[in-house]
Design a protein around this ligand. Structure first.
Ligand SMILES: Nc1ncnc2c1ncn2[C@@H]1O[C@H](COP(=O)(O)OP(=O)(O)OP(=O)(O)O)[C@@H](O)[C@H]1O
Ligand SMILES: [Mg+2]
Length: 245
C-alpha cells in the first residue's frame, strides 16, 4: 500500500505578474520502506516536490496523502506536528540555526519533536543530549559539538544537518542533495548510514541528487523533466560499497 500519494499535483509560484509552473499535474505513489532517488536537471522541481511531500509548502492544485492523511487539509498547527513527527528533512542549504552550536542544533530539533523511547515520545533533556551526541558521533563530528555553523566547513554543516534529521527517528527522511558538499568517502559513508537505516528500520528515504551514480542504489527512481514525472522500480540496486564517482 502507498505511503505517499500525489494526485494531479500542480505547483505554481507567482512572482507579481509572472507565474512559474514548477510541477504540472503530477501523479505519484511511493510505498513504505522504499529508498527513492529523485533526479532531474536544475530547476526541474526537485526541491519543490520535496517541500510539498514534507508539508513545508502547499500545492496550487491536487491532493497529497501521506499515511492516509490528506496533508493539504491540515491546519497550520497540525502541519507543524506532522513535520515534527513524520519528516526528517535535510535541506539543500542545511538551514542550521547560526546562534546554536552543532550539538544544540540537534538538541533544539529534538526538544520540539521529542525522541522515541520504547515507542513513546520523551522530552527528557538528558536523553535528548545523549541522543544528539550519539548522532554527532555517527557522522564523525563529536569533536565539533561546540562549534557554531560559521565555524564548520560546508561538508561538516551538511553532516550536522543529516544528524539533526535522523536523530528524531522519523518514518520518512527527505534529503535535498545530502551529499552535494561531501567528498567521495564521506558521501559514501553517509549513504551507507542511510541505506542501513532504510533496511533495518523500514524508514522511507527520498533523496534528490544531481549525482547519477546515486541512482544506482535506489529501489525507486523518480526523474523530473519539463515539469513532468517519470518513475520506475529497480529490482537489484547496487550495493553502496560498490558505488564510485
Ligand atoms: N519561491 C519561488 N518563487 C518563484 N519561483 C520559484 C521558487 N522556488 C522555485 N522556483 C522555480 O521553480 C522551478 C523549480 O525549482 P526547484 O527549486 O524545485 O528546482 P530543483 O530541481 O530543486 O533545482 P536545483 O537542482 O537547482 O536545486 C525553477 O524554475 C525555480 O526557478
Ligand atoms: Mg533544489
Amino acid at each position: 500500500m502507498s505511503l505517499i500519494t500525489l494526485t494531479s499535483v500542480t505547483k505554481e509560484y507567482k512572482l507579481g505578474e509572472i507565474i512559474v509552473t514548477a510541477l504540472k499535474d503530477i501523479n505519484l505513489d511511493i510505498e513504505k520502506g522504499k529508498f527513492v532517488v529523485l533526479v532531474g536537471p536544475s530547476g526541474s522541481g526537485k526541491t519543490t516536490l520535496l517541500n510539498l511531500i514534507s508539508a513545508i509548502d502547499y500545492p496550487s492544485a491536487g491532493r497529497i496523502q501521506i499515511d492516509n492523511v490528506d496533508i493539504s487539509f491540515l491546519k497550520r498547527k497540525q502541519r507543524a506536528q506532522f513535520r515534527r513527527e513524520k519528516i526528517g528533512f535535510i535541506f539543500q542549504f542545511f538551514n542550521l540555526l547560526p546562534t546554536l552550536s552543532a550539538l544544540e542544533n540537534i538538541e533544539f530539533s529534538l526538544d520540539l519533536s521529542g525522541i522515541l523511547v520504547n515507542g513513546k515520545r520523551s522530552f527528557d533533556k538528558k536523553d535528548i543530549r545523549e541522543t544528539a551526541m550519539t548522532w554527532l558521533r555517527g557522522v564523525h563530528l563529536e569533536e565539533r559539538a561546540n562549534h557554531f555553523p560559521s565555524q564548520l566547513s560546508g561538508g561538516e554543516q551538511q553532516r550536522v544537518a543529516i544528524a539533526r534529521a535522523l536523530a528524531k527517528d522519523p518514518p520518512i527522511v527527505v534529503a535535498d542533495e545530502p551529499t552535494g558538499n561531501l567528498d567521495y568517502q564521506t558521501g559514501v559513508s553517509i549513504l551507507n548510514l542511510m541505506k542501513k537505516l532504510n533496511e533495518t528500520t523500514n524508514k522511507t528515504f527520498i533523496i534528490a541528487t544531481h549525482n547519477q551514480q546515486i541512482v544506482k542504489i535506489a529501489n525507486v527512481v523518480i526523474s523530473l523533466q519539463f515539469n513532468q514525472i517519470y518513475c520506475y522500480e529497480q529490482d537489484n540496486p547496487l550495493d553502496v560499497s560498490k558505488l564510485a564517482w
